[in-house]
Ligand binder design. Structure first.
Ligand SMILES: [Zn+2]
Length: 590
């Protein structure tokens, strides 16, 4: 059967990209990258080659020094334009010269005022899921992997960082050239570039952190334990095959928690709490070095292979580093969240199945937390079915067998069946993978720390307010569970009281505030609006911003405020976030 990725124009019968040499000029004035890219193909190509592209301004296509005939011969709002290169006669390299658009979806260009330091501009890329095509024409499907080298020229004073090995720096007149190579083959969505006023701190023999000078020390303290995490991850998943593991702390508008770009995780600054309380996020991004980056979903329909596996690995590593009590607490908290999302999307919706429906183009629009937690719970069922020891041996074998490859759900299930046939006798695999909703027959999670919270929540429902002493010393996930478990609406004076005894202000944790604000809005706490606007203007992480927007659109009193508020903070946000918020507003008729 011919392979088809509905989110890409790629036709694998034509050929595959194997390697790209990039020369990239970064132009902050025009908000464009000027690029010359030489592509090497796996085998000589005859006839046509289709590449994905998005608003690419192509000046030249050349093969053997001759112009190559080409045209953009198909276009689509989501997929972008199909670049049709024609007339190959058995060549296996070609060169494209082009400029990216200021509207390139993968690139965010920040003014100096949008950074922590305020003096230098900043650029970062976010290619997942289908945005690499806005940086360079490519076979923008996770089923194609290539190596690359890059020479990146930036204005003097700025630093370029890539999800690749740095091989050199050269000072020129008024500019600096950074050289990189990526010897391990990656799918296009893991191409990543960041440029800004970046400082670097060493954290361990193979770990470090890049950030603006204003935040680099706080970041270095927060993530000092990264080396320990790698050691634990290797015990579970096998050797770390990417060389270094560094972090790049991005400005607040980064729409995600983290992006697992190989060798260089891009990270939200909301993870820096001053308590090392949110480093489970690093555990997750680090685990992707195996589950996702090493063994990759072949299409976005198979996204759970990346995220379910990574979430499973995260829970295992957390169990070792923070103890079973804490990983159980995470599990109960996450189970409640994912069940709520399934409920909202609809228990019969195909978008709640692990294998996502065929034919979807917009891979960003259907990514929810379901592949993460339902995927993780499925893998836990597999573990329970055969015991931890055998499952751990399976994990190591799976990683070794499919390293640097991309695979479909079906290829994974074939491997699972061959290695652990009993799983199929004890677990309803088909139901977990292909049917919507959350299977009832599963091991339910329990947690002593969660039960403590539940007791306080039950008391509150009966009119007994919690005391400061009761909540003192709670784990961050206990506070999250408490805020998540509150009734949808409560008296405004109770909200103020709870905020005080939970010491939210002192904790300065956007995860806590997004839950608190959502409840406050639903409860008609009108005077909180200026604080909500402040939150919306400083926090870019979609996981926190979108629930607040949803609450604003749902409460009668706040509906009229949402659109103007959003317009005031719009340019603080990434295009991906802006699109998601616009989607909400449109759906709400605003
Ligand atoms: Zn992930």
């Amino acid at each position: 059967m011919a392979f088809k990725d509905s989110a890409s124009y790629t036709d694998l019968s034509q050929g595959r990209i194997r390697h790209i040499d990039f020369r990239i000029g970064v132009n902050f004035a025009t908000r464009t990258l000027e690029i010359e890219a030489t592509y090497r193909l796996q085998e000589p190509v005859r006839g046509s080659l289709y590449l994905d592209s998005y608003k690419i301004d192509l000046t030249h296509a050349r093969v053997n020094g001759q112009d190559l005939e080409c045209e953009f011969d198909a276009s689509d709002d989501v997929l972008g334009e199909r670049l049709h290169l024609k007339g190959f006669e058995g060549e296996s390299t070609f060169t494209l010269t082009f400029r990216t658009s200021p509207e390139a979806r993968a690139l965010q260009w920040l003014n100096a005022s949008q950074t922590a330091g305020g003096n230098y501009p900043f650029l970062f890329s976010q290619c997942q899921a289908i945005h690499a095509r806005s940086v360079f024409p490519c076979q923008d499907t996770p089923s194609v992997r290539f190596t690359y080298s890059a020479e990146v020229t930036v204005p003097q004073g700025l630093v370029a960082a890539m999800a690749a090995e740095k091989t050199g720096v050269e000072e020129g007149s008024g500019q600096t050239i950074f050289r990189f190579q990526m010897p391990q083959p990656i799918p296009s969505y893991l191409f990543a570039l960041g440029v800004g006023n970046l400082a670097f701190r060493e954290l361990g023999p193979r770990t470090g952190v890049y950030a603006e000078p204003e935040t680099v020390d706080a970041a270095a303290w927060e993530f000092a334990e990264n080396e320990t995490k790698i050691v634990e991850a290797e015990k579970l998943l096998g050797p770390y095959l990417w060389g270094r593991y560094d972090l790049l702390i991005l400005p607040p508008s980064f729409p995600y928690g983290g992006m697992e770009n190989p060798r260089l995780t891009f990270l939200t600054p909301t993870a820096i709490l001053g308590t090392r309380g949110h480093t489970s996020l690093i555990t997750h991004e680090l685990a992707h070095a195996w589950t996702g980056n090493l063994v990759t979903n072949a299409t976005w329909q198979d996204f759970w292979l990346n995220e379910g596996w990574t979430t499973y690995a995260e829970t295992r590593i957390t169990e070792v580093l923070e103890g079973k009590e804490v990983s159980d607490l995470h599990a109960v908290y996450d189970e409640k969240r994912v069940l709520a999302v399934i409920e909202r999307i609809g228990v019969d919706s195909p978008h709640t199945a692990l294998k996502l429906p065929a034919g979807e183009k917009d891979a960003d629009s259907f990514t929810t937390i379901i592949p993460y937690y339902k995927g993780c719970f499925f893998l836990q069922e597999c573990e329970y079915a055969v015991g931890r020891e055998r499952f751990d041996a399976f994990i190591q074998k799976y990683m070794a067998r499919f390293q640097f490859q991309s695979l479909t759900t079906e290829a994974f299930l074939d491997f699972l069946k061959a290695e652990l046939p009993e799983v199929f006798e004890k677990v309803n695999v088909h139901k977990w993978i292909y049917e919507p909703g959350m299977p009832e027959e599963r091991q339910k999670h329990t947690s002593r720390l969660y039960d403590e919270v539940k007791q306080v929540l039950d008391g509150y429902e009966q009119g007994i307010k919690p005391t400061r002493e009761q909540v003192q010393g709670w784990h961050r996930y206990q506070i999250l569970s408490f805020l998540q478990g509150l009734p949808r609406k409560l008296p405004v004076e109770d909200l103020a009281y709870l905020e005080d005894i939970l010491e939210l202000e002192k904790r300065n944790d956007a995860a806590l505030f997004h839950l608190f604000y959502a409840t406050a809005i639903a409860s008609g706490y009108e005077s909180i609006l200026p604080r909500v606007e402040q939150f919306m203007g400083t926090i870019g992480r979609m996981l926190y911003v979108l629930p607040v927007v949803r609450a604003l659109t749902e409460a009668e009193w706040s509906r009229g405020y949402v659109r103007p508020l959003f317009e005031r903070v719009r340019d603080r946000h990434h295009q991906i976030t802006v699109n998601a918020i616009e989607g909400f507003l449109k759906k709400a008729g605003l």
